[in-house]
Unconditional design. Sequence first.
Length: 285
Amino acid sequence: MIRTTLRVAAGLALVAAPAAAQSWQTIGTPSNGNTGAYWNNTSDDNSASINPTPVCNVGAILTNTPALSAASCNNQGPVYLPLNPAPLSTSDVFLGGAMGSNPGGFRFSAGNYSFSLLGRVAGNQSTAWGIITDGGTVFTAAQLASPLAISENFAIWISAALPQSELGQVFLSTQQRGVGAIGSRTATTNQQFAVFTRNVGVRGPATDAFGSLITGQLGQTFFVGMEDNVNGGRGFGGNLGGAVSDRDYNDILIGVQAVPEPSTYALMATGLAGLAAMARRRRKA
């Protein structure tokens, strides 16, 4: 697999975002209002002619609360959201601070993962996403099409869609940003990401200088919702040239699943081929 490495520019220090106390918290029933958990905001992305209530934030999509038809949100593929059946229930969990506030930075521990694009809601189709390891190795979405062994802790990244002045900037789930592409990482307070998982075997996140470090059990899937408008909310950091964000974290929605080592897949395939050959021989006998 081709991996692209963009090295930190000479003389530019790696500045970590401050760690914040955060924990896994029960989703509950999304109210689709601008109160409560940071991911539970009124979304601008519903089809008003079909459903006049703004119900397309990532919490509503992942839990299908209330039940929505395929055309209820302004979808751009690869599949219409919300997902059916819903991947999460209201008793599952999200990562956040006190009272569901902005969770601060987070990233995933080194390991073996499978990544999948679940869908986009009204996000710019040109918006890119991927991962970046602590050592600065960058993977694009295309490079994450197969299960991958990742030897370092890693963050999720997304390119900015709005405002125009921020096009080309890249934001990380560690609340950092790239310069141009991902080159220099410097501290920022922008929160462009929400993360959820099933309430099964959830480990409390470890915390370091970059925020929470998420470690999943084999087979566990995390759902990461991304906001491609800078600031993660109206009125935050207000001198970015008219940035308007509905803070619904649904512009890109991916699944991140902890899986066996890639070599294990090869062994499984060899074993299955052997079993098939034995079955054929028995039938002939």
